[in-house]
Write a protein that binds this ligand. Structure first.
Ligand SMILES: [Zn+2]
Ligand SMILES: [Zn+2]
Length: 376
């Protein structure tokens, strides 16, 4: 057993806090380790500003490294994947409702969900991505830092956390906050790479879900269950999460294993006119649906919004900003927010803090405390 010493910036296992861990392998700047007491696989990674990593280039192949080749071009296959996930969630919920897309990227899930009849609220840390979700897909969206959602409690029937939890440094904080957002019947739906999947086993350290700097946590089924349960959630179901992908996108991903082989296969697929065909693939991801242990009631201020008395957050009527006001809360104090006449700023009615609305996208990042605010 190799137990590695913890560098200064490293606070140990994000699940159990232990520093007792086995080094698995080095991945560029990251050391991938497995926690001995709880079994979580995670990366010991130098700190990086999330806003710096997840900028506009992250989704368009312009990032220095990592990111997505061209997220927008994959809309068609995304929409099929998302539609099927929504159908599964609807069956569990017993109907549609209000959906929070937490880590929405360009808003592809939201667009599909609106088409399918859900009310949608979308958020991400990347302004460029949310801007596109709002302006291209007509969603009600805002920028947040994803660790403390500036949202009212108890107002979402479904929270989608797709390919997000593996990126965060404090997963318990995120899951606990999201649990508080759920309505009485609400469901959290999580997808993330499964480090116990066949592809992870076969590819070892070359597994395509190992991404230095971006992916910090590598869950298996038992560690994901442990995370959810330690945050007051009950797992409804956990299983493999298939995706729909175009043949050309599958082959593009295989280029990292054999560039020549993948290019030859792509040429053949093009010749046969099959490169754009969308097929169901298991890419080593899993999904879990979970409910709160103590839904509603326990949370002060968690009363369900009366649907008749508030503007529908995801309906197409009204400006995107006014549609959001029913569910937003001040990132600093949790108070209600009010928009000015031109909807260029949101002000908290409780603490008076003001937040910018940039081109119809509210920027709801917590304000850094003033360095030396004079008392009184
Ligand atoms: Zn641990
Ligand atoms: Zn406030």
């Amino acid at each position: 057993m190799t137990t590695t010493a913890a560098p200064n910036h490293d606070s140990g296992c994000p699940q159990c806090g232990s520093h007792d861990r086995r080094a698995l392998f080095q991945l560029a700047t990251d050391r991938v380790v497995r926690c001995e007491p709880c079994g979580l696989t995670y990366a010991v990674s130098p700190p990086v500003e999330a806003a710096e990593l997840y900028n506009g280039g992250y989704f368009s192949g312009c990032a220095d490294e990592g990111g997505y080749q061209n997220y927008q071009a994959e809309y068609r296959s995304h929409s099929e994947t998302f539609h099927r996930r929504l159908v599964d969630s609807e069956r569990k919920l017993g109907g549609k409702g209000r959906l929070l897309d937490y880590g929405c990227a360009y808003g592809h899930l939201g667009r599909v969900a609106v088409r399918d009849g859900w009310e949608v609220v979308a958020t991400d840390i990347a302004y460029e991505a949310v801007h596109r979700a709002v302006h291209q897909h007509g969603l009600a969206g805002f920028v947040s830092d994803l660790s403390r959602p500036p949202l009212k409690k108890g107002v979402f029937d479904l929270v989608a956390l797709y390919d997000v939890i593996e990126h965060v440094r404090e997963p318990k904080g995120v899951i606990r906050s999201l649990r508080n957002l759920l309505s009485e019947r609400g469901l959290l739906h999580v997808t993330t790479p499964d480090v116990g999947s066949a592809s992870a086993f076969l590819l070892g350290s070359k597994w395509y879900h190992y991404k230095p700097r971006e992916h910090l946590l590598y869950f298996g089924r038992s560690s994901l269950r442990r995370l959810l349960e330690s945050c007051g959630m009950r797992v409804d179901e956990m299983r493999s999460a298939p995706s729909r992908m175009a043949v050309r996108d599958i082959l593009a991903r295989l280029r990292r294993y054999s560039d020549r082989g993948a290019r030859s296969l792509l040429a053949i697929a093009r010749f046969l006119g099959l490169d754009g065909v969308v097929v169901k693939v298991h890419i080593g991801e899993m999904q879990a649906w979970a409910r709160s242990d103590a839904p509603m009631g326990r949370f002060p201020g968690g009363a369900r919004l009366a649907p008749a008395s508030v503007p529908s957050a995801g309906s197409r009527a009204g400006s995107p900003v006014s549609r959001l006001l029913a569910v937003l809360a001040c990132p600093g104090c949790g108070g209600d927010l009010r928009a000015d006449a031109g909807e260029t700023r949101l002000a908290c009615v409780a603490c008076d803090e003001v937040y910018e609305v940039r081109d119809r996208v509210p920027i709801l990042l917590p304000k850094a405390a003033p360095a030396n605010k004079a008392a009184g």
